[in-house]
Ligand binder design. Structure first.
Ligand code: 7PJ
Length: 272
């Protein structure tokens, strides 16, 4: 059974939280290795590949525009000529959005929801669809003391404001996707409240993208290290898909595609 709901994560960073550095040879990104990873993900059922060159793990060092371009653009160019998948570029940087679009990217995935100076304009110019993600604070400090009154309502209001900003900048609503930003300025309780509240966010009428793969709430709830979080990640993927997530962002494509295909099967055939 094919699955159009899976986004595979490819980090071109030396320091990302769950798989940073695995595609490096010394200090350089190994393009052939990254390409092999991309091919495998597509073979395993990824419809979208998310290419990121900035680590947003709590406390990560900032990356220069040139460094981010150097990490991301060659891989975007290579994948777009060699593979049949939508290329998503995980960036907040206007220059990276423009260059990636020129090299064949099909989606802008911005954890800052186009709040960086010039990002709204750059994204609008590309004409690409955009995923708007919620984050409280900035990566360096976001996990220090996240606070909300009603997290579902506040995330919903933030995303509604960003939808408005996009529309004003000439990005039509139909091009947008929403993401509550699990782990980005959220406690375990906030993350669980958001997962339970996904249907309320889906009520905005836009597709939801959800990334829970290997995230630290699993570590906090179960005491599992990064390499032991697959079973819980699959459970979270299924719970999210069942609550209305259209796209699931994952590091483990084959396993997640199978798990989520069961939700799709139930949606398609369960009512017959
Ligand atoms: C997310 C993301 C997410 C979207 C990262 C990690 C941290 N983009 N980029 N949603 N997470 N849209 O992979 O654990 O949850 S980086």
């Amino acid at each position: 059974m094919s699955c159009q709901r899976i986004m595979g994560v490819i980090n071109t960073t030396p320091d990302s939280f769950s798989d940073g550095g695995t595609l490096y040879q010394g200090t350089r990104l190994d393009l052939d290795h990254a390409m092999a990873r991309a091919e495998q993900m597509v073979a395993d059922g990824a419809a979208v590949l998310d290419i990121g060159g900035e680590s947003t793990r709590p406390g990560a060092a900032p990356v220069s525009v040139q460094e981010e371009l150097d990490r991301v653009i060659p891989l975007v160019a290579k994948i777009s000529t060699e593979l049949d998948a939508v290329i998503s570029v995980d960036t907040s940087t206007p220059e990276v959005m423009r260059e990636a679009a020129g090299q064949g990217a099909g989606l802008i995935n911005d954890v800052r929801a186009l709040r960086r100076g010039g990002a709204l304009e750059a994204a609008a110019e590309t004409g690409l669809p955009v995923c708007l993600m919620h984050m409280q604070g900035e990566p360096t400090t976001m996990q220090q003391n996240p606070e909300y009154g009603d997290v579902v309502e506040e995330v919903g209001a933030f995303l509604a404001e960003r939808i408005g900003a996009c529309e004003q900048a000439g990005i039509p609503r139909e091009k947008l996707m929403l993401d509550p930003g699990f782990g980005f300025g959220k406690t375990v309780a906030h993350n669980l409240q958001l997962l339970a509240g996904l249907p309320a966010l889906a009520a905005q009428g836009l597709p939801l993208l959800v990334g829970l793969s290997r995230k630290s709430l699993i570590g906090k709830l179960l005491g599992r290290d990064i390499d032991q979080r697959l079973p819980a990640s699959l459970a979270l993927a299924v719970l999210a898909a069942e609550r209305g997530a259209s796209i699931i962002r994952t590091h483990d494509v084959a396993e997640t595609a199978d798990a989520v295909a069961m939700v799709t099967a139930l949606e398609e055939f369960g009512e017959q």
